[in-house]
Ligand binder design. Structure first.
Ligand code: GCU
Length: 614
């Protein structure tokens, strides 16, 4: 009751902009037929001083530097006259898109600024009345998008999709798509300027050209409720959106439900779940083919149906207590020069280490929304997911524009992932120092989540307080969370020796489930120390750290899940020990090339010995 009251108060205190106003104007979720994938070789042009946007003294950029112009530079140069240019995207260097520029060329390894990308393409033959859209799955960090010389839109945020309509500027042949990508972060960006992960600037996820009928299905959802109902919605966009007959169909359940859109083009479904419906779970990740249709359009999705709740200190999946056996993951594929290019096979390579290698049922996708590919792979493999927006460490807590950015990123993620059964937890932050303005910021985010997606659990990776041998969790954010989560590194950071961990006492509320969202130690794969007191950085020390930490955490009565930091060594500019790190954070249970360290087996063994529902 207290919790609900607190959430209600948070709602009342929520910032002016109502959450449904955060819905992006266009979503184009779901899988549809008329999609052209623009992945491939894109040319690029560096623009370190942003002269393609503005010139010195804030003047308008010189036309000879405006990379987005719809101009064939070589042809212009071949003509007599005085025209000259200081760029040419047709004859520039090229790189594979999607993928971050840091991995594409040595000269770009540490580039942090604006780079212009270009993709020439022909469009599929237009159908009468059709509309055309560009859907970007992610561009890190700001995007300036131009098609055939016209600005069609901008977006801020490195990990969420955005859709721009290009109906009026698309042509049949020779389209010139130019995207200015600015990786620069600042004190008002989300995340801020300093993170413990690499920059990965660029067009890091796929770009698609989507063509739809004049009135189309922009979004459609369906989920199972505790009351055994299938509830959902369908949103049409277009001149004929209101008063339209629409339907949702699941052939495997012999189910077809009809509805009519309201004046805003939205229809709602609320149907009794068929008795034959089998629920999704990690042990049985059953997904149903769902078709949403209107008169003239249809989208498909693969949806699992399950229920999720918190009861006292238990997390219930389909009404039964569950313990989350997981690990934290960054969005970085295996390999020595990752480009943050998460193809389905790259995602499955990582997730199978969790599911099969570690006997896991859960993955914490840190510290930002991962690609939809990763979420869909978790749906298919049967891994529950913690999804996080990068409200990480230091944020300009008092700035309403920054809160709005965070709420928009939260909303963009929710609208993208609402149909993913695997998605269980929304995290509203990571390791943010307790302060009144910070707690208010997070509470507003929690209120946004509760309004936009009441079906999932809210958490945040909190810092613990240390008083002598007592580890305390007393964060004022707790009343806004369904599940407590903390990061702890006693035995790695700080002065504790591993033998001291047995003495630590944990003082925390026991009326809610607790997840330990991070614990970990660095080890360089292949570096061994066989002495009785193995040194830090050795695999033996990391394994001993895991054993001591698991023994300590096992004494917490309401511990309901673990996601040790971290599955795989990952790139970070903060980690520069010349022997052990060289720009890699080495807390991985596996190396960047997938070599398992001794601690991997310690964790796998631990999960294997946990009882099935513990
Ligand atoms: C923090 C933080 C991680 C970081 C880790 C570490 O807990 O959440 O992003 O990488 O510690 O220090 O390795």
């Amino acid at each position: 009751m207290i919790r609900r009251l607190a959430a209600l108060l948070a709602l009342v205190a929520a910032p002016a902009l109502a959450s449904d106003a955060l819905r992006p104007p266009l979503l184009l979720t779901g899988q549809r037929a008329d999609v052209q994938d623009l992945s491939g070789r894109w040319t690029y042009s560096k623009d370190y001083y942003r002269t393609g946007l503005t010139d010195i003294n804030g003047w308008v950029a010189k036309s000879r530097m405006q990379r987005y112009r719809d101009v064939d530079v070589a042809a212009e140069e071949a003509k007599p006259g005085t025209a000259f240019f200081e760029f040419d995207l047709d004859r520039g260097p090229a790189m594979e898109i999607p993928g971050a520029w840091n991995a594409a060329a040595p000269e770009l390894r540490w580039y942090d600024g604006l780079i212009w990308f270009q993709r020439r393409f022909d469009a599929a033959p237009a159908k009468p009345g059709q509309r055309s859209f560009l859907r970007f799955e992610a561009v890190n960090y700001r995007a300036h998008v131009y098609l055939n010389g016209k600005e069609v839109g901008r977006h801020e945020g490195g990990f969420t999709p955005f859709v721009l309509e290009v109906t009026d500027v698309l042509r049949a042949q020779g389209n010139r798509l130019v995207v200015g990508v600015d990786s620069r972060h600042d004190a008002q960006s989300i995340p801020g300027e300093i993170t413990d992960w690499d920059l990965y600037g660029g067009i890091t996820r796929p770009v698609k050209l989507i063509q739809t009928p004049a009135t189309f299905i922009d979004d459609a959802t369906l989920r199972l409720t505790e009351a055994g109902r299938l509830v959902g919605s369908l949103q049409l966009n277009g001149a004929q959106a209101a008063g339209q007959a629409v339907s949702v169909q699941i052939d495997a359940l012999n189910l077809k439900a009809r509805a009519t859109t309201d004046a805003h083009g939205e229809a709602r479904f609320d149907i009794a779940a068929p008795g034959a419906l089998k629920r999704w779970s990690p042990e049985s990740p059953l997904l149903y083919a769902v078709r949403f249709a209107s008169d003239g359009d249809a989208v498909d999705d693969r949806v699992g149906f399950r229920t999720l709740a918190v009861k006292g200190s238990e997390i219930l999946l389909n009404g039964k207590p569950i313990t989350l056996r997981g690990v934290s993951i960054h969005e970085e594929e295996l390999g020595a020069n990752p480009a943050r290019r998460l193809t389905d096979s790259a995602a499955r390579a990582l997730l199978s280490e969790v599911k099969t290698g570690l006997n896991g049922n859960y993955v914490r996708l840190s510290h930002y929304p991962h690609s939809e590919t990763m979420l869909r792979a978790a749906d298919e493999l049967g891994l529950l997911v913690w999804n996080e927006i990068p409200v990480y460490w230091t944020v300009d807590w008092d700035n309403p524009a920054v809160l709005l950015k965070a709420r928009r990123q939260q909303a963009e993620t929710i609208y993208r992932d609402r149909n993913r059964a695997a998605l269980a937890l929304w995290s509203v932050g990571n390791e943010t120092p307790v302060a009144e303005n910070r707690t208010r910021f997070h509470a507003a985010l929690a209120a946004t989540v509760r309004e936009l997606d009441p079906s999932r659990l809210i958490s945040a990776a909190l810092l613990v307080e240390r008083q002598g041998d007592t580890v305390r969790i007393a964060d004022p954010l707790l009343p806004h969370l369904d599940v407590m989560a903390v990061n702890t590194y006693a035995g790695w950071y700080g002065d504790d020796r591993l033998e001291d961990l047995a003495r630590l006492k944990w003082a925390l509320p026991t009326d809610k489930p607790l997840l330990v969202s991070e614990f970990g130690a660095d080890a360089l794969a292949g570096y061994h120390d066989l002495s009785a007191q193995p040194k830090k950085w050795s695999e033996e020390f990391q394994a001993a750290y895991y054993r001591a930490t698991l023994a300590m955490l096992g004494r917490i009565p309401n511990l309901r899940g673990l996601s040790p930091w971290v599955l795989k060594d990952f790139r970070s500019p903060r980690r520069e020990h010349p022997i052990f790190q060289n720009g890699w954070n080495r807390k991985g249970l596996i190396s960047e090339t997938g070599q398992r360290k001794q601690a991997f087996e310690v964790m796998a063994e631990h999960y294997k010995t946990l009882p099935s529902n513990r």
